[in-house]
Design a protein. Structure first.
Length: 433
């Protein structure tokens, strides 16, 4: 059936209709005897539009919100020249294409995809080392740098000598490169946590943690005035104040970004390219709204485990603090922690997130942590009942069970047993023995 268009100026006032938001079939009317067919077409068109614009269910909205939280959606930022190139270079970074963007997109989403991929590889590497002996791990580390990473013991500065001697000269001698590390480290932590009370609480709690583990890590032994004044008040305190000042500065800014393609001047393009390395937006965090104690304990445990992991790895494998591998590992852990803390904050504070999704993520993390601890416990039990350990009397009358193939701290006490067992098993002695 053919239809002809009726112009608005020739239509009577009562039959004129607005064309805004209507389909083309709404502006048609039929010949005589075709009114019923026309109404059927219009009704079918409206019915199809209602089906396409149907209201989403609560489950669909929760899934969409959860996906937007975990993977931040960005506009199409493909450059024609780069898109025309061969895709062979992308084969070197498969993790950049498979993993989600994460909560951050600056300077580029691919950067944070690679960071996430490196974090997964790092976690798998730690799991792999659980099944290796100390000698094998030490040989691999020494292969990376035969000069700087082949040490068997560390000559660290002793900070806990004659603590009653308090003078400006003595205090100045304790200010070294680690003071700068304290300042920059707590400035970074303040940018990640963004809460004054939690930052000060963790700073004080960390000094107490050093006292608890001082018998295991000699580097934690320091004078009381060093821990209270130099660490907590001066270095950590100034770092916290600086980081929180940056947070307040970013919170007051209004962000409006323009595409670099729309900027005409070379100076403007260069400025926009530099600003690409700054945050796209900034949000104010509120940790103490609901369940404040639970959230504070979670972020406290997160920071404590991360810091202790650094010191224990450095001490057990005898890696000098001045070695570049220590510095770059801290940078990597900082990059991994930034999106992790943001996602944890969103999971803990966003009421729109479904509980089942959060529980699944928590169960996955809990499974990895418990599985790792279980593997360590199983290796200890296996070594104990397979004649791989020996009771050694340490200084002070304490008796410990030491591995026959263990770290350099235990190797000196049972060196002869280690060499005898290696000769029995036809295992060559390593260079660090």
């Amino acid at each position: 059936m053919a239809y002809r268009r009726i112009r608005s100026r020739s239509s009577p006032p009562e039959t004129r209709m607005s064309t805004a938001g209507r389909s083309e079939s709404d502006n048609y009317t039929g010949e005589e005897g075709t009114t019923d067919e026309f109404e059927d077409v219009v009704e079918e068109t409206r019915r199809q539009r209602r089906r396409s614009l149907r209201k989403r269910t609560a489950t669909e909205l929760e899934r969409l919100h959860f996906r937007l939280v975990n993977e931040k959606v960005v506009n199409d930022i493909t450059l024609e020249r780069l898109a025309a190139m061969k895709t062979s270079q992308s084969k070197h970074f498969p993790r950049a294409m498979a993993f989600p963007n994460g909560p951050f997109i600056r300077p580029h989403p691919t950067f944070w995809r690679i960071i996430f991929g490196v974090s997964v590889l790092y976690a798998l590497l730690l799991q792999f080392t659980l099944y290796q002996s100390y000698g094998d791990i030490k040989r691999v580390i020494s292969w990376l740098d035969p000069v700087g990473l082949s040490q068997t013991s560390l000559d660290e500065k002793d900070y806990a000598i004659n603590c009653s001697d308090v003078s400006l000269e003595r205090i100045w001698s304790h200010i070294d490169i680690f003071a700068v590390g304290h300042f920059l480290g707590w400035g970074m932590k303040a940018l990640l946590i963004r809460h004054t009370i939690i930052c000060w609480y963790i700073s004080i709690a960390w000094e107490l943690t050093e006292v608890v583990f001082a018998h295991l890590l000699p580097n934690f032994q320091e004078c009381w005035w060093d821990a209270i004044f130099l660490d907590i008040i001066i270095c950590n305190g100034l770092g916290i104040l600086f980081g929180l000042w940056l947070c307040r500065y970013m919170e007051m800014r209004s962000f409006h970004w323009e595409s670099i393609k729309n900027i005409r001047t070379a100076r403007g393009k260069f400025k926009r390219a530099v600003l690409q390395f700054t945050p796209e937006s900034w949000m104010k965090v509120e940790w103490l709204n609901i369940f404040p104690l639970k959230r504070c304990l979670a972020i406290y445990a997160f920071i404590m485990i991360t810091e202790l992991n650094t010191f224990f790895l450095k001490h057990v494998f005898s890696i000098d603090t001045k070695h570049p591998i220590v510095f770059w590992r801290i940078i990597l852990i900082g990059l991994i922690s930034a999106p992790s803390i943001r996602q944890y904050y969103v999971y803990a504070t966003d009421p729109k997130l479904p509980d089942i999704k959060v529980k699944l993520v928590s169960l996955w993390i809990l499974f990895c942590a418990v599985g790792t601890v279980f593997c360590v416990w199983l290796s200890v039990v296996w070594a104990k009942y397979s004649s791989m350990t020996k009771n050694v009397e340490m200084e002070g009358g304490e008796t410990r069970q030491c591995y026959l193939d263990s770290s350099c701290e235990n190797l000196g006490a049972i060196k002869e047993d280690v060499l005898r067992r290696r000769r029995l098993l036809n295992i060559p002695s390593p260079d660090f023995s």
